[in-house]
Design a protein around this ligand. Structure first.
Ligand SMILES: [Zn+2]
Length: 252
């Protein structure tokens, strides 16, 4: 069957998260979304600052439902309607949780290529936001106490790295390949994606053996808490590795 010559807009319906919105002109907005169907995507919302009727859902953190018009070859889609599919009100009411969620959204915005669905990243990001939306005082089991926002962020970061094929190597030196004895502390360089042994110059972070083991386990889907003393190092490692990729591998 012959295709019509004129490129008509195609209607796309997808779940999405709002990553950024920038005012343009007198009444319009350009919104950047991470969508389930197309990954990273920018769309213009005409008249969004005059009328909130069609665009009531243009808020970060909540799971959104979008209708968009896409035209082949065009950078910007047209936003037809945005509504909140599932609100995350406990998350948006708490500053430390908002902070952690905001960092995860920035990672995704900076490292995700445009117009490519990333189902693993989509799932992990929504899992993180849902976990940060847990009602305060919700029942928990002794084996799985509630994680702090930073701990939730570390787990999501490890899995984002895996999803993009940048999983951290926490068993061997990434330069010479020498295996690091389990049970010993080791230096890591986040921008190089894993351990760097002393002979190869070491790295700026020192990871305790327990932390190396825990991070490797969490990255492969395990559950469990990171010791509070290790949390800063763990977050530094994960964020350093992600931001190194954001700038094309040139480091931060
Ligand atoms: Zn080495």
């Amino acid at each position: 069957m012959a295709r019509p010559l004129r490129r008509r807009a195609e209607r796309l319906r997808t779940s999405a998260l709002l990553l950024r919105r920038v005012p343009v002109g007198e009444a319009d907005l350009i919104a950047t979304f991470f969508t389930e169907e197309r990954g990273l995507l920018a769309a213009v919302a005409r008249g969004a600052r005059r009328s909130t009727k069609r665009f009531g859902g243009l808020e970060p953190m909540h799971l959104l439902r979008l209708e968009l018009d896409e035209r082949a070859g065009a950078d910007l889609a047209g936003l037809v309607e945005a509504s909140i599919e599932r609100p995350r009100l406990h998350l948006t009411a708490d500053l430390p949780r908002l902070d952690a969620a905001g960092r995860a959204l920035r990672w995704v915005r900076d490292i995700t290529p445009a117009h490519i669905a990333e189902p693993d990243v989509w799932r992990e990001l929504n899992r993180l936001l849902d976990e940060l939306d847990t009602p305060p005082g919700a029942p928990t089991s002794p084996e799985h106490p509630p994680l702090t926002p930073d701990a939730v962020l570390v787990v999501a970061g490890l899995r984002f790295l895996n999803a993009f094929g940048w999983g951290l190597d926490l068993g061997r030196c990434v330069r010479c390949g020498r295996t690091c004895d389990p049970g010993t502390s080791a230096y890591a360089d986040p921008a190089r994606g894993g351990l760097v042994c002393r002979a190869c110059g070491g790295g700026r972070l020192l990871l305790r053996a327990e932390l190396r083991e825990r991070l490797a386990d969490l990255a492969s889907g395990g559950e469990g808490a990171i010791a509070p003393d290790d949390l800063r190092t763990a977050l530094d490692l994960v964020e350093g590795a992600l931001t190194a990729h954001a700038s094309g591998g040139a480091g931060t």
